[in-house]
Design a protein around this ligand. Structure first.
Ligand code: PMP
Length: 446
């Protein structure tokens, strides 16, 4: 009997009891290669001694102090670490406990910024159809999933959604990647004109889309054009790096590779690497100054802002990434993993696309490669892959909703930054068996 409210009432999960490096171990002693870090969380793997001892040392000194009374050494040190490495202009950090809280905070911060400037009319947010920004009501409102939003629609704030930048499905045959990137970005201009530029507070997007699409990097030039459009209309650009940030794509911040800086950047997951729940909102100096010199207080707050133990854990994770030069390993192993996946699945009849950046890689599955027709969702291909992968001793992150946010199947891979060639060989071997086994079970030829 379990008293824990399960994610799914019929699910029977193994009990995770241990973690060593890239592996999780259940109560029966079975080992699972954690090839998705849960949901792109465990950037350092499990049981890292430097992080464990930093947490112990912090708890011995001070576990928690309320941010309404104190700041703390670890929260100050972590904020400095993040800001001094951040894209230009990001100057202040607001710590929260996860990704949804970070995005919720970002939306409210954008709204208050406009209010302080006397632009009360700016309350509308634009986002993209293919996106996930969290499950709290504000983050859900801007998320692209119609199915997730539908039951809660009457409670959600108004937001509108443009088409994502999704070359595999939307780039025309006679179009260059660059031309497609600009065309995709121009959808934002069209939407701004439709709703009225003076009503728009912000545009929110994941630089590299994660869970809703099985890792979709932007086309070259896409975000530069997005930045220009936002600037032209005084609209804040909010980048959600909750999943793709903190080194996952091979640079500390994913947007570095697109050559732009947002006004607000959110991160979580890989920030604390799963050792503690933590998220962060990085805001530009001008947003901070506007509020500091205006009302003086951001009308917001949570009990666990800047939690000392969570900040100490995240600082240890981030320092380890730097001292062990793990971003170089992300880039190296990312290339090796892509090559191994291309070799195993490159000619696979049901793998339509293999894409990603660094150790953030997605495989999009299709009924037929030439037409890119997705599988019938009733076949539950992604659920079957998950089940078979677990039986193989592999944690990957299969999902649905790939093709245009309607339906489809993908597998998301986000292994820890510490992996090497043996892990890659094991991952690809087990994934191959899980994918082929699931497809055979669904009656497909493999
Ligand atoms: N944004 C993105 C891009 C995410 O992937 C997620 C989590 N999957 C969230 C926000 C929400 O984060 P959390 O589950 O920590 O609230």
């Amino acid at each position: 009997m379990s008293y824990v409210f399960p994610r799914h009432s019929k699910a029977r999960y193994p009990v995770a009891c241990g973690g060593q490096g890239a592996y999780l171990i259940d109560r029966d002693g079975r080992r699972y290669l954690d090839a998705s870090g849960g949901a792109a969380v465990s950037s350092l793997g499990h049981g890292h001694p430097a992080v464990v001892s930093a947490i112990k040392a912090q708890v011995d000194r001070l576990a928690y102090a309320h941010s309404g009374f104190f700041t703390t050494e670890p929260s100050e040190a972590l904020a400095e670490h993040l800001v001094t490495r951040a894209p230009e202009g990001l100057a202040r950090v607001y710590f929260v406990s996860g990704g949804s809280e970070a995005n919720e905070t970002a939306l409210k911060l954008a709204r208050q910024y406009h209010l302080e400037r006397g632009e009360e009319g700016r309350h509308h947010f634009i986002a993209r159809q293919q996106s996930y920004h969290g499950n709290t009501l504000g983050a859900l409102a801007v998320g692209g999933s119609v199915a997730r939003r539908a039951p809660f629609q009457p409670l959600l704030m108004p937001a509108s959604h443009i088409a994502p930048c999704y070359a595999y499905r939307h780039q025309a045959a006679d179009e260059t990647e660059e031309a497609y990137g600009l065309r995709a970005a121009d959808a934002l201009e069209v939407e701004i004109q439709r709703v009225g530029p003076e009503t728009v507070a912000g545009f929110i997007a994941e630089p590299v889309v994660g869970a809703t699409a099985g890792v979709v990097p932007p086309a070259p030039g896409y975000f530069k054009r997005i930045r220009e459009i936002c600037d032209r209309h005084g609209i804040l650009l909010i980048l959600d790096e909750v999943m793709c940030g903190m080194g996952r794509t091979g640079s500390l911040y994913a947007c570095e590779q697109d050559g732009i800086a947002p006004d607000i950047l959110t991160c979580a997951k890989g920030l604390g690497g799963g050792y503690q729940p933590i998220g962060a909102v990085l805001a530009s100096q001008s947003i901070y100054d506007t509020i500091a010199e205006g009302s003086g207080a951001f009308e917001h707050g949570f009990t666990y802002i800047g939690h000392a133990t969570a900040c100490a854990a995240a600082l240890a994770v981030q320092q380890t990434i730097e001292t062990d030069d793990l971003l170089a390993n992300v880039r190296r192993q990312g290339t090796a993993l892509r090559e191994a996946l291309d070799a195993r699945f490159g000619n696979h009849h049901h793998v339509g696309d293999i894409r990603g950046r660094g150790l953030f890689i997605g495989l999009e599955l299709v009924a037929e490669r030439a037409s890119k027709e997705p599988f019938d969702p009733d076949l539950k291909i992604n659920a079957k892959i998950k089940q078979r992968a677990m039986a193989e001793g592999l944690i990957c992150y299969p999902g649905g909703g790939t093709a245009d946010g309607r339906r489809g199947d993908h597998v998301l891979l986000a292994p820890p930054f510490i992996i090497g060639p043996d892990h890659i060989a094991e991952l690809v071997d087990k994934l191959g068996r899980a994918v082929d086994g699931a497809l055979s079970e669904a009656g497909m030829k493999v």
